[in-house]
Ligand binder design. Structure first.
Ligand code: AP5
Ligand code: MG
Ligand code: ZN
Length: 216
């Protein structure tokens, strides 16, 4: 199964992609997580990406595409994957489509999690992320068992640098300008499925699983 997650920053792509990966035994691939891991390790890629991420801008397509194509060529992707945060531009979507077509494959679903902008800014201020295993929490909607500590791996949780209100607003603008056109793109490809992302997390999950199970 090959699934991509669409949605504004903070719509819940990472939260839901992790649950999809667990249920369907496929890898969860987040380009944002890959960039952040590189930054933590101090690689050249990480340093290059940071300049864009800190401002809420997109990392250039050539850099992003190379990383993604390399990642999906790994053995663990043989039976599919869930992409979170890729593609984010029409050119990225075209590259993915071509790469799949070369192998006689195609995407199964583009899950579009819909959340209005005003709900996003509040959500982001309460997000806490684990730099160790990329688990995502929210101080009100999904708190860890012990405040400030990851339930999964025990690392101290952090606030992402790009979650400051001004940066979030720019990320939303970039989303509407560059990424939202993908909704139309995937609708034409006949793989788009919209999900109401303002519901409680577990209800969003249930709606997505119903789609992926072919129930809906
Ligand atoms: P990335 O890491 O992908 O960030 P993003 O798209 O801005 O999305 P987020 O991770 O902020 O949100 P999410 O949708 O995953 O929501 P989450 O589940 O955490 O990208 C970061 C940067 O990297 C980009 O700005 C860009 O610079 C660069 N980049 C990455 N990929 C790129 C690409 N392909 N091309 C170019 N540049 C790229 O949920 C958010 C919060 O809400 C959490 O606290 C969560 O607990 C809570 N929450 C989730 N669901 C619900 C719910 N139903 N109700 C209440 N709260 C909820
Ligand atoms: Mg995310
Ligand atoms: Zn963790």
């Amino acid at each position: 199964m090959k699934v991509i997650m669409l949605g504004a920053p903070g719509a819940g792509k990472g939260t839901q992609a992790a649950l999809i990966a667990e249920k369907y035994h496929i890898p969860h691939i987040s380009t944002g997580d890959i960039f952040r891991a590189n930054l933590k390790e101090g690689t050249e890629l990480g340093m290059r990406a940071k300049a864009y991420m800190d401002k809420g801008e997109l990392v250039p397509d050539d850099l992003t595409v190379e990383i993604l194509l390399d990642r999906v060529s790994k053995d663990d992707c043989r039976d599919g994957y869930v992409l979170d945060g890729f593609p984010r531009t029409i050119p990225q979507a075209e590259v993915l489509k071509d790469a799949l077509a070369k192998r006689g494959e195609k995407l199964d679903y583009a899950i579009n999690i819909e959340v209005p902008d005003d709900a996003i800014v509040t959500r982001m201020s309460g997000r806490r992320s684990c730099p160790g295993c990329n688990a995502v929490y929210h101080i009100v909607y999904n708190p860890p068992g012990k405040e400030g500590v990851c339930d999964v791996c025990g690392e101290a949780l952090v606030t992402r640098k790009d979650d400051e209100a001004d940066t979030v607003r720019n990320r939303l603008k970039v989303y509407h300008d560059q990424t939202a056109p993908l909704i139309d793109y995937y609708s034409k490809e006949e793989v788009l499925r919209d999900v109401d992302g303002t519901q409680e997390m577990k209800d969003v999950t249930e709606a997505i699983f119903a789609i992926l199970d072919g129930v809906q």
